[in-house]
Design a protein around this ligand. Structure first.
Ligand code: NDP
Length: 435
């Protein structure tokens, strides 16, 4: 805490991981050698930079850009860029740390990183977003590269922004390397990448439910968020027979007791992805929905909750309400959406709980598949990428069981994911010496 003042999210993420690791490390003290833990919690490099750009009125705006290069131990730094006014060092350090362990879980050779800026894309014109991305890329380009650091999207950064960022990097470097993933299809993107995080989270939850002889068919499901992860979570849960009854954004929650349909999802995507509107605009278009201003979805009774918006969006009171209403499974699509005490509440009461670093790893895993396809200069068909994604999610689930299964068949997916990710990174670090 002394070395990282004013970084509550970073300390929260590290504390949660250390709590899981400690019993394992006391049984395997070789992981205390070479100040391994101290090195693991110190990012290898942090770059912060000025991003100045001109808005539509001709005024110059200044934002702060960041890239956290957390660990290169098992592959190039890899992790998304977030454009949101709340972005700060603490949030990006927590995300880069989590990303390092998550990437290790995917079975692919990727290190951990994260970046972004305190830029708010809401209400900006397309030209402003492009000029901001170009200004951001004009500094970022010197820190990234296909074998060094390969960023992707995150909150506020989708295919449009990745297009502008990678266009500027290409211009500055005169190279067409795979420096970004999450690209549009004509620029070398992978099929299934947009769907991957949401699909992957549902595949993971399906594996958890399967162990209890259950499935998604007939389940009531709540989803928070309305962005990339939320949309494809809804699509896959629906396809497996679930009734998805909520969607939300920072302005409130839309409740739909009839459940989502493919037509309603298409309307949501139109509002969110093309018009850059709010979920309240979506509610106005769809009969039978209710918009609850300022509310989160967690008071609505469901069997499965899939938080897919942002960090710390589900607290201990929400956890109690969900449990009172009979929730059996909570799987994180977002990064650290559940507060530590709420996680403990779920785990100690037998609710199946999947931490994001396991259950939302499908996105970065498919980014890894995009890197492979780019390196081979070919593109796999949709079915092949989806089949690989499903296999990766099953294998992450197996790793969680391997390290997280307790007496009586109970599983701590939190401990399992933390230990499995740690072991891979730690073994690589020990093998590579003190660097
Ligand atoms: P998007 O920008 O597409 O969507 C984010 C959604 O979350 C929006 O509905 C947004 O609402 C809402 N949201 C963001 N910040 C807040 C906030 N402070 N309070 C309430 N709602 C908020 O992002 P993604 O769907 O890509 O990302 C969602 C989560 O999933 C993040 O935690 C991200 O790190 C994680 N993730 C994403 C991956 C990916 O492949 N995209 C991979 C793995 C994890 P509003 O528009 O009102 O801000």
């Amino acid at each position: 805490a002394k070395r990282n003042p004013g970084e509550p999210e970073y300390l929260q993420a590290v504390s949660e991981v250390m709590e899981s690791l400690w019993p394992f490390i006391t049984r395997h003290p070789r992981y205390l050698a070479q100040s391994l833990l101290e090195r693991l919690v110190e990012p290898e490099r942090i770059v912060t930079f000025r991003v100045s750009w001109t808005d539509d009125h001709g005024d110059v705006q200044v934002n702060r850009g960041y890239r956290i290069q957390h660990s290169l131990a098992i592959g190039p730094y890899k992790g998304g860029l977030r454009f949101h006014p709340s972005v700060n060092l603490s949030i990006l350090k927590f995300l880069a740390f989590e990303q390092t362990l998550k990437n290790a879980l995917t079975t692919l050779p990727m290190g951990g990183g994260k970046g972004g800026a305190d830029f708010d894309p809401k209400g900006k014109s397309d030209g402003e977003v492009m000029r901001f991305c170009q200004a951001f890329a004009s500094e970022l380009f010197r820190h990234v590269g296909a074998y060094t650091d390969v960023p992707a999207g995150d909150i506020g950064v989708g295919a449009r922004e990745v297009g502008y960022l990678s266009g500027m990097v290409k211009k500055l470097t005169n190279r067409a390397d795979c420096v970004f993933t999450g690209k549009g299809l004509p620029s070398g993107g992978s099929l299934i990448r947009p769907e991957a995080t949401g699909y992957g989270n549902v595949y993971f939850a399906q594996e958890m439910l399967k162990r209890q002889g259950r499935g998604f068919d007939g389940m009531r499901v709540s989803v928070s968020g309305a962005g990339n992860v939320a949309q494809y979570t809804i699509e896959k849960a629906m396809a497996l027979g679930a009734k998805v009854v909520t969607v939300s954004d920072s302005s409130g929650t839309v409740v739909d007791e009839d459940g989502f349909t493919p037509d309603k999802l298409a309307a949501l995507m139109e509002v969110k992805n093309r018009l850059y509107g709010r979920v309240s605009d979506y509610a106005e278009r769809v009969a039978g929905t209710r918009f609850l201003a300022g509310a989160t979805p967690w008071h609505i009774p469901v069997d499965v909750a899939l938080p897919s918006a942002t960090q710390n969006e589900l607290n201990v009171e929400d956890a109690k309400t969900l449990m009172k209403n009979g929730v059996v499974c909570v799987a994180e699509g977002a990064n650290m959406p559940t507060t530590i005490d709420a996680v403990r509440m779920f785990e100690s009461n037998g609710v199946l709980f999947a931490p994001g670093k396991a259950s939302n790893a499908g996105g970065v895993a498919t980014s890894g598949l995009e890197m492979s396809q780019n390196a081979m200069r070919l593109s796999w068909p949709r079915e092949e990428v989806d089949a690989r994604l499903l296999e990766i999610m099953k294998s992450i689930h197996e790793s969680c069981l391997h390290y997280g299964e307790r007496e009586g068949g109970r599983v701590s997916y939190v401990d399992g994911a933390n230990v499995a990710g740690f072991v891979k990174v730690a073994d690589a670090m020990l093998a590579q010496g003190v660097v």
